[in-house]
Design a protein around this ligand. Structure first.
Ligand code: ATP
Ligand code: MG
Ligand code: MG
Ligand code: MG
Length: 477
């Protein structure tokens, strides 16, 4: 029997707990007040940032966690690559001024080969190969430590700054990374080592960040790096990628956390997964990922809106609905997904169970709201695509009147081979609308966008964004 995702999580945390690490619970997907630089938590280290910066005292110098993460920039990779989700779990071990490279590498090797049982000959590692602008040579210490644990030099690959140097911004703590990859074999592509191509043959599963410098970036792009007072370790292992590798699945979507969501898509659509129709498979994967993201985001207090996190959530839900229609799912269905996500993930994340009905309220409202304009918006977009062009003004109208997130409009256009050149015009119209609604609210006039235009009238009749404001007041999360 292959290991389950729950067992992978426990194996990791128990391994590090046995080596003196304090177990921390996952923090919220919504970062705490002290970090305005990110909309959503994208890595296990985010909630620990104050410790790394020395602003707060950590509860212990060695920490370990399984952190729920959300990466909006990966949204377009979902269902296309084998390895990307928007919403995933990241396992991590952290040293705040305690151990450094040698121990981090030894721990990683032991857990990978003995704990998880990977064939050592199939594991490749990458190290930082140096960078002129940073004024740094290759990370020979890491190479040394990998050799010490028994990785032969030919499986230690040097990569550049792009892949193997971590920094959170132009200034502040930073350092080289060293990453672990599993070679899945020639069936997955012709590459001979990590970093050679974009294929999923060499599968990255663990990133060890070796935080050792404080960076100051100058105007000419060069940097001054001074050693940090204490060296830190920050690692991130993708739990869902480990499940894919340990369960012998081709993609993340066939693993135990996702199979029930794919099965639901099959049930609702009456279509089968992996029967040779790439578009169907992609839609089912997007549905599985986005509905999970939706459920986790709402459980952490995000609600659909047209700004920031709320917009990310709205984009996910509306894209899921459109993909659902595409594979023949009719009527409201997101609630069914919500239930399966809660059933598969609720034991590890009890907040999902506790807030299930609150989440359902938001899901139902959003699905109803978008359901009212989806048909009309789809037929307008269809006409535009038949005519071969979508302008910025069209995209604005689709957004404003029919609730189509612009990214979705662009995606649907590009799928039909219609190129998108409307960004500038779209941004200008959005900016004008923002100005108008600011002016409107100053006057106490709630007419809002493009008052007087036909689009605005249609919008008033067909969309009901004000409904959310009312709902927002009723709901406590
Ligand atoms: P990739 O190059 O595959 O996009 P990454 O280098 O962006 O991954 P890191 O920032 O190094 O990823 O994150 C640490 C680990 O988290 C990765 O090694 C991987 O196991 C996991 N991970 C990162 N992004 C995702 C994602 N979108 N979905 C699932 N797991 C992810
Ligand atoms: Mg990435
Ligand atoms: Mg990478
Ligand atoms: Mg990485």
């Amino acid at each position: 029997r292959p290991v389950t995702s729950d067992e992978i999580r426990e194996t990791f945390l128990a391994f590090f707990a046995a080596r003196g690490h304090r177990r921390l619970p996952s923090a919220s997907l919504v970062p705490a007040q002290h970090d305005p630089s990110v909309l959503l938590t994208t890595a296990g280290m985010h909630p620990l940032k104050p410790y790394f910066l020395g602003a707060e005292q950590p509860p212990a110098p060695r920490l370990t966690s399984c952190q729920k993460c959300f990466r909006t920039p990966d949204i377009d990779n979902v269902g296309v690559t084998a390895r990307h989700l928007t919403c995933f779990e990241m396992l991590g071990n952290f040293s705040i001024g305690d151990y450094f490279k040698r121990e981090a590498i030894a721990f990683a090797w032991e857990l990978t080969t003995e704990g998880f049982g990977f064939d050592p000959e199939k594991v490749f590692v990458t190290v930082f190969g140096g960078d002129e602008q940073l004024g740094l040579g290759p990370d020979t210490e890491s190479i040394e430590h990998w050799l010490e644990v028994g990785v032969p030099r030919e499986r230690i690959v040097e990569l550049g700054r792009e892949d193997n140097f971590w920094q959170a911004g132009p200034n502040g703590p930073c350092g080289p990374c060293t990453e672990l990859y599993l070679d899945r074999g020639p069936d997955y592509g012709p590459a001979t080592k990590p970093g050679e191509d974009e294929s999923d043959r060499f599968m990255e599963f663990w990133n060890l960040v070796l935080m050792q410098y404080d960076q100051t970036t100058h105007e000419d792009g060069s940097s001054t790096l001074v050693p940090l007072p204490t060296n830190n370790i920050d690692t991130g292992m993708g739990l869902n990628r480990m499940a894919m590798l340990l369960q012998g699945k081709e993609t993340i979507f066939e693993t135990d956390q996702f199979a029930p969501l794919i099965a639901l898509a099959e049930e609702l659509s009456g279509t089968r997964y992996e029967q040779g129709d790439e578009a169907v498979d992609r839609a089912m994967r997007i549905l599985a990922d986005h509905t999970r993201g939706m459920t986790f985001l709402i459980s952490d207090g995000v609600v659909p809106s047209n700004e920031d996190r709320g917009y990310v959530l709205r984009r996910l839900m509306r894209r899921a609905i459109v993909q659902g229609r595409r594979i023949g799912i009719e009527g409201p269905f997101l609630g069914r997904y919500l239930d399966v996500v809660v059933e598969t993930m609720g034991a590890a994340y009890p907040e999902l169970v506790e807030r299930r009905e609150e989440i359902r309220t938001w899901v139902t409202a959003e699905e109803e709201g978008f359901g009212r304009t989806l048909q009309a918006g789809t037929s307008l977009l269809g006409q535009l695509l038949d005519a071969g062009a979508v302008s910025g003004a069209d995209a604005f109208r689709l957004h404003d009147t029919f609730g189509f997130p612009v990214e979705m409009t662009i995606e649907l256009a590009e799928e039909r081979g219609v190129a998108w050149h409307g960004q500038e015009e779209f941004d200008r119209l959005m900016g004008e609308q923002r100005e108008r609604s600011k002016a409107g609210s100053r006057r106490g006039d709630h007419g809002g966008a493009a008052a007087g235009s036909i689009a605005a009238q249609v919008a008033e009749e067909t969309t009901d964004f004000t409904g959310y404001a009312a709902l927002e007041q009723r709901t406590t999360i």
